[in-house]
Write a protein that binds this ligand. Structure first.
Ligand code: NOJ
Ligand code: CA
Length: 527
């Protein structure tokens, strides 16, 4: 594994909402550069930037019009290179968001591909061979192009699918993944990757990485083959560069060459059981909150998470990292389902389990989900994409533009959390995040790839304990999300157990058990 990942903690930045330096109401790249010190002070040493490329923004930039040009609203390519340099000077790394599965319908490739005359880009997207032909199970658009064919979509209507070929070809217009057009697409996306690697980026978060090849096998055999090739090219060109996939299946993605995969939030999956699992998320009106593991009065035990996460972790740990998030630009904010006390325990757990954690901007101060009308294809996601709350000045310090010009409104609540209000208070949520991350960085046993074992997890019981590291420096972590004290029975008490970190009340150790006070988290050194 690339060395820097072992100690990496990522901070996800939605560029339009982080910090506006030119008073146009929208966050920008120089704003990110200016705030690197803040991010580093949190304990995050790597960034993932959501797409910052030229786009008509029908899906907030996931509809790329020019892969090689920074969107003018965020600045210039030079600004982005300056961000890479400033990050590197601090020992930090920067991942860009690569959207390989589709482009905007306004991309020059798509315009050329839509032309009725055959040209070099006719096969860059997936076109059927007649205006009346359907997409063979894929969503498709008919009647829009001068070309006599329909084209396949990858996501929204504005996002035609790039052509990486088909696993099983059953229509004349479907090519195998080694067909000339599919190979040309692969080369073209590699050219984009190389362009940004050469500009100084440290790798990519890869959007819908599992979506490239159509009619693939359930094991994604052909999509994996494409990624094995692309990741090998990346490693040859830039051995320290990394990729994290939006895939949620590390047994596939990591073997296909990704360094990391995300555990995504799906209603009813293990991650959802951990920190969300309410109704009404798609409407942006969370209801029936209280069932997640970290909810104080919940009856949910940790096996709901482990049953899903553990087999994937086990299957993938030799090949890379399976990463946990506090949230992202597609989920409701974690604060929608957990109050502050609950979130402290959730953060402590997420940041001490294996993998490189991803902290979504603003979660560290407790930014709230806002119920807002959709913006740039955001729908219910829009409320998690509001401007970062820096201080009590106008627009909460995000921008000097008039409030009505902001990309999205700032949290209007009189008690909206800000960095400034928490900065000097070690007992604040921000202070807690800083102290957990500082602790993580101080202990090699908490490295992303350090050994992990479940020490205590029992159906119907609320406490959870796990071991990190092995031998000298090994740690035992334990959490009790419940409102009453809980025991963690240990089969054999280790020879030495020194408490080295805690949130909440002091744990006690006796009679082959640790007693954890209500809503507490503790770490013990075992050597
Ligand atoms: C996943 C991204 O995270 C999401 O924001 C986007 O809308 C889709 N992929 C389409 O690119
Ligand atoms: Ca700006």
């Amino acid at each position: 594994m690339v060395n820097w990942l072992k100690d990496a903690v990522f901070y996800e930045i939605y560029p339009q909402s982080f910090y506006d330096t030119n008073a146009d109401g929208i966050g920008d790249i120089p704003g990110i550069t200016q705030k690197l010190g803040y991010v580093q002070g949190l304990g995050c040493n790597a960034l993932w930037l959501n797409p910052c490329f030229d786009s008509p923004f029908k899906d907030a930039g996931y509809d790329v019009r020019d892969y090689k040009k920074v969107a003018p609203r965020y600045g210039t390519n030079e600004d982005l290179k300056a961000l890479f340099a400033a990050a590197h000077a601090r020992g930090m790394h920067v991942l860009l968001d690569l959207v390989p599965g589709h482009t905007s319908e306004e991309h020059a490739w798509f315009k050329a591909s839509s032309a009725p005359e055959k040209n070099d880009l006719s096969g860059r997207y997936i076109w059927t061979d007649s205006w009346i032909e359907n997409g063979d199970g894929m969503p498709f658009i008919a009647g829009e192009a001068a070309r006599c064919g329909t084209y396949v979509l990858n996501f929204f209507k504005c996002q035609p699918a790039l052509n990486y070929g088909y696993g099983r070809c059953r229509r004349p217009w479907q090519q195998p993944i080694t067909g000339p057009d599919a190979m040309a697409t692969r080369d073209a996306i590699w050219d984009v990757m190389r362009f940004w690697l050469d500009a100084g980026c440290d790798g990519f978060r890869v959007d819908m990485a599992d979506s490239l090849v159509k009619n693939d096998t359930p094991q994604k055999r052909y999509t994996c083959a494409v990624w094995r090739d692309l990741s090998a090219r990346l490693k040859r060109h830039a051995p320290e560069a990394v990729m994290v996939s939006e895939w949620n299946h590390p047994a596939q993605s990591l073997k296909a060459g990704f360094d990391m995969d995300f555990m995504l939030d799906w209603q009813g999956n293990g991650y959802s059981w951990l920190v969300r699992n309410y109704d009404g998320a798609t409407e942006g009106v969370p209801k029936n909150i209280g069932k997640a593991y970290f909810c104080k009065d919940s009856t949910t035990d940790i096996t709901k998470f482990l049953d899903d996460w553990l087999p994937s972790y086990e299957a993938s740990r030799k090949h890379g990292l399976y990463c946990l998030i506090t949230g992202n630009h597609d989920t409701l904010r974690i604060s929608a389902g957990l109050d502050e006390a609950e979130r402290r325990l959730a953060f402590a757990t997420l940041f001490t389990l294996p993998g490189a954690p991803f902290l979504y901007y603003g979660d560290e101060i407790g930014m709230r989900y806002q119920n807002l009308p959709t913006k740039e294809g955001g729908y219910n996601r829009t409320g998690s994409r509001t401007p970062m709350q820096w201080d009590q000045s106008a627009n909460l310090g995000f921008s000097a533009a008039p409030a009505e010009k902001l990309y999205l409104p700032v949290d209007p609540a009189p008690d909206a959390p800000t960095v400034a209000a928490q900065e000097d208070d070690p007992g604040s949520l921000l202070g807690t995040v800083r102290s957990i991350l500082a602790f993580r960085h101080s202990r090699p046993a908490l490295a992303a790839d350090a050994p992990f074992a479940v020490e205590y997890a029992e159906k119907g019981r609320r406490a959870f304990a796990w071991r990190r590291g092995r031998g000298r420096g090994a740690l035992l972590c334990a959490v009790n999300p419940a409102g009453t004290a809980c025991d963690v029975p240990l089969a054999s008490l280790p020879h030495r157990m020194e408490p080295v970190f805690r949130l909440g009340g002091e744990p006690t150790v006796k009679n082959a058990a640790i007693t954890l006070p209500p809503q507490s988290f503790a770490v013990f050194a075992l050597d």
